[in-house]
Structures are given as C-alpha cells and as structure tokens.
Write a protein that binds this ligand. Sequence first.
Ligand code: SAH
Length: 233
Amino acid sequence: MTHTANSALSEAMHFEAQRREMVALQIRDRGVRSERVLAAMSTVPRHEFVPANQTAAAYSDQALPIGDGQTISQPYVVAAMTQALSLTGSENVLEIGGGSGYQAAVLALLAREVVAIEFVPQLAEAARERLAHLGYANVRVEQGDGSLGWPAGAPYDAILVAAGAPDIPAPLVAQLAEGGRLIIPVGSAEEQNLLCVVKRGNQIYSETLFACRFVPLRGHHGWPLDSRGTNQE
Ligand code: SAH
C-alpha cells in the first residue's frame, strides 16, 4: 500500500471511531433508540459536510458554522428529529433548510426519496455537489423558499424543517399526506419548541418534543431578513 493510501485509510478509521463514539454517547445514551436511525448516523461521514477548517470538530456535540451565518445542526438534534419522523424506507420526504446536506443524507438512508430545499444559492449548489459526489442518488437539492413547501413533489409522507418558524406554514400542512408527519421548530427567532405534527382527516395533532435553537426560517412564512436570529447552539 502506498503512503498516501495508508494515511487516507487511517484518517477514515479515525473518523469512523469518532462517529461511533458520537452515536453511543451523544445519541443513544440520550434516548434515541431507533436502530435504523442509529445505523444511519453511524454511516454518514459528517466530516465531509463541514467546512475544511471545522473537520476536527465535525463529531463534537454542537452545531457548526457552514457559511453565510448558517449552521449544520448538532448530531443529537439531527438524530432526534429523524427518529420523530418514524421512517420505514418507503417514504417521500421533504426537508426545508438543506444547508450542508447532512440531514438530507441521513434521511436518504432511511426513506425512498428526499427533496431538500435551500434558500441560499451557494449552499444549495455546494450541498448538491457534495451529495452527488458521496453517491446519495435518492436526494434532490432545490434552491428556493421552502416556507412555501415544494408543491411539485407533494404529497409528502414526512416533512422536516431545519430552521425556526414563527408558526406552522399552511402550505406545509397542505402538502403533507394523510397520516404524514411534520417536524418543525416553532417559536421566536431566538428560541423555539420542536413540534411533531401529524395530519389525520384534515385535522392536525401536535406534540412538543423539546426546546431548541435554530437559525431563523426565511421567506414568505418565515422571519423577515432584517430580524436577527441567533445561531443554533
Ligand atoms: N439541515 C442542515 C442545517 C440547516 S441550517 C444541515 O444538515 O446542514 C438552516 C438552513 O435553512 C440554512 O441553510 C438556511 O439558509 C435555510 N433556510 C432558511 N430559510 C429557508 C427557506 N425559507 N427555505 C429554504 N431554506 C431556508
């Protein structure tokens, strides 16, 4: 084996060990018990989704900056939100706030098809290239205002919103399939509650999972661009 191949291999093993520890200590020990979710979180190379100067912190217990004032969510939050969607593998999933593409990659391992909408054009382009390069063939990244959903792909069995909303956007409920689930942080621009919403017979039933801090949702059903939200912890 060449020296380069050797060091690439030891780097991969180093990240794999960090990932195993992340899943055990940050995710399983805090109560995420879905084996499918734990397996997906053990598989997706999170270090490929953070900027080069953040690689060493990729598996740490925090959100990290990904440029343009945006963040990749904390691993536990990604896992808990994903588990709340109860995916079995057959679902058509919509993600609002694609960011780095990390959450979309996790969803892609657990569902049939994923559409991720990202507001910031450079982030959308980077996520699209990264996901293609890593071989996630069942994810599509679209640039646009995800607070309006993505009607072309509706109905969705599951919708995950990765930015804090002032309220539940009506178009997202409209685009949810019967029995479908929507996970969304709702509250002020600084602080939200993570809601799990289920749609049954044109009624919605909502449950609060936990308090959280996400970057603000922009667009028609989001916060105006001049309202300063704090970055997610
Ligand atoms: N899920 C991402 C992290 C999301 S951070 C990951 O795994 O990396 C929240 C993202 O939501 C930011 O990238 C932000 O630009 C995006 N966003 C904010 N408002 C949006 C909107 N109306 N439509 C689509 N994306 C939006």
